[in-house]
Design a protein around this ligand. Sequence first.
Ligand code: GLN
Length: 501
Amino acid sequence: MLSRVGAAKRFLQAARSNKHLNAFISLKPEETLLAEAASVDSRLGTLQKSEHSSIDGRIIAVKDNICTTDLPTTCASEMLRGYVSPYEATVVQNLKRAGAIIMGKTNMDEFGMGSHSIYSAFGAVVGPSPPESQHPRSAGGSSGGSAVAVAMGMCDAALGTDTGGSVRLPASYCGVVGFKPSYGMLSRLGVVAYANSLDTVGILGKDVESVKNVFDEINEHDPRDPTSLSAETRKRLRENLSESSYSKESLRIGIPAEYNVHELTPAVREAWETVAQKLLSLGHQITNISLPHTKHSLSSYYVLAPAEASSNLAKYDGVRYGHRSDADRSTPPDNILFAPTRHTGFGAEVRRRILMGAYALSSEAKENYFIQAQKVRALVQRDFDQAFVQPNWLKCGKDKRGPPGGGGRVDVILAPCALSTAPLLSDVRGQASPLDAYVNDVLTVPASLAGVPAVSVPVFVESGQNQQRRPIGMQIMAQFGDEKVLWEAAKILEGLGTIKA
Ligand code: GLN
């Protein structure tokens, strides 16, 4: 393995020579980074491989909505510019405990709201491309900075957050692996909330193994996060799922008809078909399945996520946190304290979400929007429970009586992660309506609503006379808590090699 000092220098060099991609909001100072790497080198030199964690000395980038005490946590918002958290997120503490080094904080869509990382107070993230590129592409969002940092060799792996696809979509556009765990696996303590009931910490890396290694080190119950899965629930999941009857050589893979939406570009549809064919020829079983409520997922998500966001973001009032507008007229006769601060502190997209959410929760709209969206969410969850062979062990009791679902036909579900390969940034910026960006999430939000684990794995498609190799993100989803079968399937996908179109 390259010395950690050597790796740190190489990552810093990559970050500097790719400044135009705007992947980082803040980087750890060079002297500190090199000193931390040198101390790992001397420590690792005296240890056997089996004596240290699999991520000891790994250099990891962290999305800027995950709290760190030595670097600011801005959520890419004017509202929190320069804000330094007094405490550290549990996932960051866990990384450090395992010997990992934090490289810096990555750029993103403000508060995680967006699909292209263009809504940042620090400027848009640009997808992997040379500085002179005339037609740069979207990095995806909202964890675009983390995906670019991994794709361009600026770190060993990165943390992102995934509420409705924010790790999987950028992973798909940038050609890296992006993983969203089951809801409640990774602690959210110190992760700035966007929509609590959907938020997860996700991991991006070059390959499945490196992502899994990070997950294994930071995955544990956190008593300080009330939504963290308890030790008892984890045990129940582990024990019941380990009896699972799947065979690595012959996985039962579901192809959901409803994911074949008409907006899917032909290249992505072909790649999906080719991957399914290849898996079949390797001895896996391909089964057509139905997740009938998929088409309502997007509307449900875009009611629930903004509703939760409007409540979460109410605390940014210019009194307790960060930014306060000079236009504040908090003295009589105006007495307007919050409005100017919130107008200048939040970007247009965040303000739009707050308005949508506040409306959905208003007495006038609650029944028709918020309550309906919750009902749709329950139906989406039921779709998944009915598809998998495994029941949902989160919901079923210790007595194993009446577990919801189970009796379905598949171990995992295979679908594309995004409608297309990375679009041009100029096209994304020129979109007439914000709804155009929301549509991008149609293939990722169902797993978020259901809380099930999902991973985007790049398959490389070679096409055209000049044999251009483009990554297309294929998504694997599994039953709640069944990360084990998810990794198996992800490794099989990774092993497919280049696909000829
Ligand atoms: N694009 C989605 C949104 O804007 C998902 C974001 C996320 O997962 N953080 O809400």
